[in-house]
Write a protein that binds this ligand. Structure first.
Ligand code: SF4
Length: 365
């Protein structure tokens, strides 16, 4: 143990050494990512929003395409909502796109067309929580603000050997406190990125590359204990709740009916084929006509079952039973949907739709 630099977890001298080692490592080892080439707070805010819940490799082409179409706050704030969704399509969690659009409008209205500099102001924007506010304030403006994401949680719990359940409020607060102490000092934005980069590339969930790669190995309490991979201590994920629903292909004069989901809730604002959730334990074929009548006001002409597609959301496992029909009688009413349109099937791909709606469309087409 004497050869290790272990000391009181948060002593000033230890924090200084840790910062030096990690920044030195980051300077020579960080990945060249497009948003790291930019100092533009707008671009950094877009990248941080896209990176929530989405992998770096997935984000890169979306980030480049989004910035090419909406290069600044003004162009995003004045864009059509559907245009924003189209440039987000495929990234999932569409509420992020809606929040970006609303936040850009708020920046124009309340922040003189700029990305706010202070974390407290950033948190007033829709979709900007503690993490994103800290990331943008530190990376774009050099403010000594902390970030705590999954990577930081893993590095800090291992480094400090924090064995309590990381979902507990007091543990979360402790991690923010530790990250805050570490962010104080030179180059807080680079330091925060270094911490996240270490978690993403070295201090990985399985088989972390402690020796010889990790610059912090001599300071790492869980490594000294020989028990790294059991951290962080996370509660077991709950199983997603099973839900069943129906969707119907309703043709009329070479077009099909599509509807737009409500402004809030699951898959907000996205377009899909009409249908709705089934009552528990109900048979799809017994309820499809009633659901369509209630949701869009149409009476289906002999619907026939065509297949089922499945999609797992964070908390839901959705089984969507699909039906074809020769047509439907009546006028469309928006019962719970925002809007509807009859479109040529080859235009379906132009709409902002979820992965589940696309799976349904592809099966039925
Ligand atoms: S020594 Fe291993 S466990 Fe500790 S911070 Fe480095 S990679 Fe993570």
């Amino acid at each position: 143990m004497t050869s290790l630099e272990l000391g009181p977890p948060t002593s000033r001298a230890r924090i200084r050494r840790l910062r030096e080692k990690l920044l030195g490592w980051y300077d020579t080892n960080h990945r060249d990512l497009p948003w790291r080439r930019s100092r533009d707070p707008y671009a950094i805010w877009i990248s941080e929003t896209m990176l929530q819940q989405t992998r770096v490799e997935t984000v890169i082409p979306y980030y480049e395409r989004f910035l090419a179409r909406f290069p600044d706050i003004e162009s995003l704030a004045t864009a059509d909502r559907d245009d924003v969704y189209e440039h987000w399509a495929g990234l999932g969690y569409y509420s992020r796109a809606r929040n970006l659009h609303n936040a850009a409008q708020m920046m124009v209205g309340d922040f003189e067309g700029r990305v706010p500099e202070q974390a407290e102001d950033l948190k007033k924007l829709p979709g900007v929580g503690r993490y994103t506010a800290g990331a943008v304030a530190s990376i774009a403006y050099g403010q000594p603000e902390a970030v705590v994401d999954g990577n930081v949680i893993r590095v800090l719990t291992r480094l400090l050997d924090i064995r309590s359940d990381v979902a507990q409020k007091n543990v979360v607060e402790r991690l923010w406190h530790e990250a805050g102490a570490l962010a104080l000092g030179e180059r807080p934005g680079d330091f925060n990125q270094a911490l996240m980069e270490l978690g993403a590339t070295v201090c990985t969930p399985r088989s972390p590359r402690c020796k010889p790669t990790c610059p912090l190995v001599r300071m790492c309490h869980s490594y000294a204990k020989g028990d790294v991979e059991s951290l962080p201590n996370k509660p077991k994920n709950k199983k997603p709740r099973p839900v069943e629903a129906v969707a119907v292909w309703i043709p009329r004069r070479e077009r099909i009916l599509t509807v737009q989901r409500p402004e809030t809730g699951l898959l907000a604002n996205l377009w899909e084929l009409p249908g709705g959730e089934l009552p528990p334990k109900a048979e799809a074929k017994d309820h499809v006509e009633q659901i369509v009548r209630e949701r869009v006001g149409l009476s289906l002409l002999s619907p026939t079952y065509a297949g089922t597609v499945e999609h797992v959301f964070t908390h839901l496992k959705m089984q969507l039973h699909l039906f074809r029909t020769a047509g439907a009688e009546g006028r469309v009413r928006n019962g719970g949907h925002q809007a509807h349109q009859w479109i040529a099937p080859d235009r379906f791909d132009d709409l902002p739709v979820s992965t589940l709606a696309r799976k349904a469309f592809e099966l039925l087409q």
